[in-house]
Design a protein around this ligand. Sequence first.
Ligand SMILES: Cc1cc2nc3c(=O)[nH]c(=O)nc-3n(C[C@H](O)[C@H](O)[C@H](O)COP(=O)(O)OP(=O)(O)OC[C@H]3O[C@@H](n4cnc5c(N)ncnc54)[C@H](O)[C@@H]3O)c2cc1C
Length: 447
Amino acid sequence: MKQNNYDVVIVGGGISGAALFYELASFSDIKRVALVEKYECIAPLNTCGRSNSQTIHCGDIETNYTFEKAAKVRDVAKMVVNYALKYGYENKFMFAHQKMALGVGDAEVEKITARYEKFRELYPYLELFDKDTLRQIEPKIVEGKDGKDRPENIVAMGVRDGQYTTMDYGAMSDSLVKNAKNIGGDGYDVFLNTRIDEIKKVGDTFYLKAADGQAFSASYVVVDAGAHSLFLAHKMGYGEHLGALPIAGSFYFTKKQLLRGKVYMVQNDKLPFAALHGDPDILADGNTRFGPTALALPKLERYRGLGSCVDFLKSLNFDGKIASILAGLLKDSDIRNYVGRNFVFEIPYINKREFAKDVQKIVPTITAADITYASGFGGVRPQVLNKQTGRLELGEGRIATNDGIAFNMTPSPGATSCFETARIDMVALCEYLGKKFDEDKFKSELA
Ligand SMILES: Cc1cc2nc3c(=O)[nH]c(=O)nc-3n(C[C@H](O)[C@H](O)[C@H](O)COP(=O)(O)OP(=O)(O)OC[C@H]3O[C@@H](n4cnc5c(N)ncnc54)[C@H](O)[C@@H]3O)c2cc1C
């Protein structure tokens, strides 16, 4: 088999790899780049539109973000919107829906109201919706079981229109690859059905071996393999202080359109995931989808084969330190209850009844008969456990070796932040290879 020689090889064709492929073609002078994906298409796993919540997380209704984090996330989220607008993808795979964070009961109402007062400085378009307004714009969240209004005090902060909220990140990844190939021309190659099993560095060159015998060489490698990034890092001896805990997320569908837009609940600050929410699914005729759940699963890939169970054991990197991080998490009663309830949401027969109880906080009239488990939907968030800090990391993780290879772990909201993750790699690799990054062009097109 012939050796494929590149300046940069990107391992993994989800949105992180696709965004880097696009950025290198658009904003660098690097001529030979390979994007290598182990399955038959781009974005087969977590990036696929059926796997995630399709939300552009810009920080306005994510109640677990601090003011400082929201300011950063807002700027990062703008990039995916600017990209889609540049190519005219609005209403093709990027949509503007109504969206809100809903507070239920006096304590949450107070929290949302205070948050609104502070955060409208960052997001001037935000509105505070009282019960009367909510009855008009999102009636199902106000309707009580007896046909009257629900009894609790409620309020929401959000926006009715004019903001892009929803993205099919799978379709966006396809577009990134197509546009990168058009811009980069010959030398920007995509290899599907090509699983990288081994990466070795000899001198200044990386040698990558695929399962089908294909071989690649590169001066720089970025591993954007999602839940498998840490698995590949460990194989090379990097990131030994980290372990990956895969947290699966499932969804439930209603048979009809109950909600007009995205309705998020108030987030528990201790949890690294977006709160349970309901919204119209852009890939299921706008029917309402509720979720995601959060269940620790001994697999790196949700619906593909059992091989990823073995890979999970290696990535977890289990030892006394990991055991103590997990035990520490479970000591917290909020986390314990959350873990227990999410386990119940996966048990056939009782799952629908129990899940419906949680969803009633958003739509009080919903019953188990109204929902079905969304088979084949959902994915895995590779949460990172850090043995040095003794903590579960919130947000993305990166292993920057400063030795010509980097690894990205990308739990939620990794799809929204794909261009920023890619920018960090592009800056590092251009510096390492002595290549140019056209920052002005990057800023004028994406930032
Ligand atoms: C339930 C759920 C809800 C979410 N909701 C949102 C949301 O609303 N908004 C948001 O921004 N984010 C959300 N996320 C997170 C988001 O989906 C991910 O952060 C993002 O898709 C990660 O993209 P990625 O390219 O890094 O990884 P992935 O999409 O997992 O792609 C990694 C790719 O690498 C390939 N690969 C792995 N190993 C190899 C190998 N050895 N050789 C070659 N290829 C390999 C895989 O096949 C895969 O295609 C959600 C995630 C989940 C699970």
